[in-house]
Design a protein around this ligand. Structure first.
Ligand code: GDD
Ligand code: MG
Length: 318
């Protein structure tokens, strides 16, 4: 069975980080977002199809010699085709029911249970659903039993039909991909779902967590959720507070790490305090307190940072 991962978009809200690393290759707990998604696929999936536009070269290079237990097919788009156009563009690699993921979502969805419901209902499409207080930034559905009766993409505040949002994970029959006109910019959320709502389109509400990791704050949150409970217990050069992850290729001298800190490979820190932050690869620092920040890669840190978002080109505050 195949899974399509939509990894387009410029990652604008994570600039300047995404000037040098395309968003899907930004790490979550030291593993690139897209690789993590592929690794999390249940065994029934043998193939991951990556629908890519921005960052194609980096993605091809990253997966070139990587064996992560699934076949990886990279399908490029010359121009961004939108969410619907991008999945239509992958159709030649799809053999039947397909799972589709928004590449920026980190969630606790149980895909096997979702597939069970999809088959039981004989659905054309099943959408994972999540409940939120303010649904206006998302796709919103009206659900009757398990059936999706209406789909609204980013409705105006006050006009939302419910608090249940599209969580960006779908199971679709081939006939839905076939409905999408080829080589055109099509949004599955604006152009397709509203039309087929009420016609064998089902919802699968789930609980646990759901994070759209596109902003600095949500990227940090997604990192700590991805870390789970298996962090680094101790380090000879640091006192560790709470659940943290320190790559094995990290040199620390006299540091306080955590709570909530993730330190990437090649990092060297001396007399630093790191709290609620992600330090990307090859950062070096001396005598700084870093809080609520995403730092790196390859940055030389010489002063304290609070709420900073830093990439090699410069230093920008959010
Ligand atoms: N290949 C490709 N080509 N991928 C694309 C394109 C494209 O032209 N446009 C968007 N994508 C990818 C993005 O990279 C992302 O992984 C996913 O499709 C969704 O696009 P976003 O731009 O992140 O959309 P959103 O977050 O505003 O809204 C979507 O996600 C919400 C849940 O987080 C919608 O699906 C909403 O309905 C949903 O509630
Ligand atoms: Mg998104």
């Amino acid at each position: 069975m195949e899974a399509i991962i939509l990894v387009g978009g410029f990652g604008t809200r994570l600039r300047p980080l995404t000037y040098t690393v395309p968003k899907p290759l930004l790490p979550l707990a030291n593993i690139p977002m897209v690789e993590r998604m592929v690794r999390n696929l249940p065994p029934i999936f043998d193939t991951a199809i990556l629908a890519v536009n921005y960052g194609l070269e980096e993605m091809e290079k990253y997966f070139e010699n990587k064996n992560i237990g699934k076949k990886i097919i990279i399908v490029p788009e010359e121009e961004p085709l939108g969410t619907g156009g991008a999945m239509r563009n992958c159709i030649e690699h799809v053999t039947g029911t397909v799972a589709v993921f928004n590449g920026d979502v980190v969630s606790s969805i149980n895909l096997e249970e979702m597939l069970e419901q999809h088959i039981k209902e004989n659905a054309k499409g099943t959408l994972a659903l999540w409940e939120v207080d303010d649904p206006s930034r998302f796709g919103v559905v009206e659900l009757k039993g398990n059936k999706i009766m209406q789909f609204q993409e980013k409705p105006e505040k006050g006009t939302e039909v419910s608090n249940l949002i599209n969580a960006g994970t779908y199971l679709l029959e081939l006939e839905i991909l076939e409905m999408i006109p080829p080589n055109q910019k099509i949004s599955i959320e604006r152009d397709i779902y509203p039309k087929i709502a009420g016609n064998r389109l089902y919802g699968f509400p789930f609980e646990g967590y759901f994070i759209d990791s596109g902003t600095p704050e949500s990227y940090l949150e997604a990192n700590f959720k991805s870390l789970g409970k298996d962090g680094t217990a101790s380090h000879s050069g640091a006192s560790i507070r709470g659940n943290c992850l320190i790559d094995k290729n990290v040199k620390l001298i006299d540091c306080i790490i955590g709570p909530n800190a993730i330190i990437g490979p090649g990092v060297k820190l001396e007399k630093c305090v790191i709290r609620n932050s992600v330090i990307l690869s090859e950062v070096e620092g001396y005598g700084c307190v870093i809080e609520n920040s995403i730092i790196g890669p390859k940055i030389l840190l010489k002063e304290d940072k609070k709420q900073a978002l830093i990439a090699p080109e410069g230093e920008i505050t959010f």
